[in-house]
Design a protein around this ligand. Sequence first.
Ligand SMILES: Cc1cc2nc3c(=O)[nH]c(=O)nc-3n(C[C@H](O)[C@H](O)[C@H](O)COP(=O)(O)OP(=O)(O)OC[C@H]3O[C@@H](n4cnc5c(N)ncnc54)[C@H](O)[C@@H]3O)c2cc1C
Length: 408
Amino acid sequence: MVRPLLDQAPPNLDRRRPRELGALLGLGRHLLRHRSDLSELADIMTMSVSDFLDQWFEDPAVKGALSPGGVIGAWAGPHSPGTAYVLLHHRLGEAGGQRGGWGFVKGGMGALSEILASAARSGGAEIRTGARVSQILVAEGRTRGVVLEDGTELRSESVISAIHPRTTLLDLVGRQHLPARLVGEMERYRSRSGSAKVNLALAELPNFRALPSSDAGPQHPEFIINPSIDYLHRAWDDAVSGHWSREPMMDCVIPTTKDRTLAPAGRHILSCFVQYAPYQLQGATWEQEREKLADRVVELLGTYAPNLPGAVLHRQVVTPPDMEQEYGLLGGNIFHGEMSLDQLFFLRPASQAGSYRTPVAGLYLGGSGTHPGGGVMGAPGRNAARTVLSDLRRRNWSARLGRFPGVG
Ligand SMILES: Cc1cc2nc3c(=O)[nH]c(=O)nc-3n(C[C@H](O)[C@H](O)[C@H](O)COP(=O)(O)OP(=O)(O)OC[C@H]3O[C@@H](n4cnc5c(N)ncnc54)[C@H](O)[C@@H]3O)c2cc1C
């Protein structure tokens, strides 16, 4: 029931236009067709991941292994309502033709950006990197282009922004160009997170006590350290008191077990997603704590794979404030805003900007802060592009018809 909704623009309930009514009717028909699943959908949208998994599993280890999907990127614990949906979101994708599957990108994540860039270039696009936009130009309710940090002005009739929606609307456009209600919604838009990354360069693969092997095996491409939901709850407890978790949940991948081009022969990369690490620490700064977090992560991993601490050649710690400063992820939220019920579908990021269009004519949103949210899936961008194309077609038709007398 949910997967087909990923590829469509949600109806904009704020606009009374025939196309929005059509979209609303289509959605109503879709839900009616799946009415027998509606109570399950309501469960998933509102339940905690802990309650949800309790319905299906008994073994604490199985629930421990599955529950991180409900809190990854969220400022929430396993008992927080709404985390069952985050688990579903993490299973909605498809990789290698496998529904719910995940994949590694050959050549690293940058290779995916390069593929998209070369497709765009072959379609005639010019791409500028290292060109930060400092303002979106607006006059008479319509966008006129952007200004770059170095003062360069680029004029255009349409601007599509795929950065954090609050930055786009409040900082680059400016409150003076937006309806007060949208400004209020964007000020209240929640973008907290407790995620950090500890990336390690390794001289050898971790040799796990549970499944010993110095060669790459099924235990290596991805492993999750989260023995139970109680463990995850204790980790969350630390975070709500303003401390990084003494025993964090860790979702680790070793992409070099799949792609030897990423590291010199015999060496490996271990990328460890760590929760929880609050954006704001109680009584300490991240500069004081960053290396301590990495020490603890390596120490804990060593209890599962005793050779690991001695195999670390280099390490990199990315804290939530780093993510904000380096990637523009406000509050360190990896999805450009929390994926809670009130920030999903036509409410993502706000009711007046929930279907890629904004109240500023010609300005569109198209990143993770729009439907269907975060993750490397391209759906927000594709839906936004279709919306822009449909508006351009409509404008072209209106312009043509406008040439005939009596047709407006
Ligand atoms: C630590 C971490 C781990 C993750 N793990 C996974 C995972 O395993 N699987 C998965 O599917 N997803 C994962 N995600 C989420 C995924 O990376 C994002 O949802 C996805 O990258 C969002 O794509 P986007 O194009 O919407 O925005 P982004 O990838 O955030 O791209 C926005 C771009 O705009 C640039 N930018 C910002 N401000 C400006 C400006 N003013 N002017 C010009 N450019 C600007 C940014 O530098 C950035 O390059 C992870 C995210 C993080 C942070």
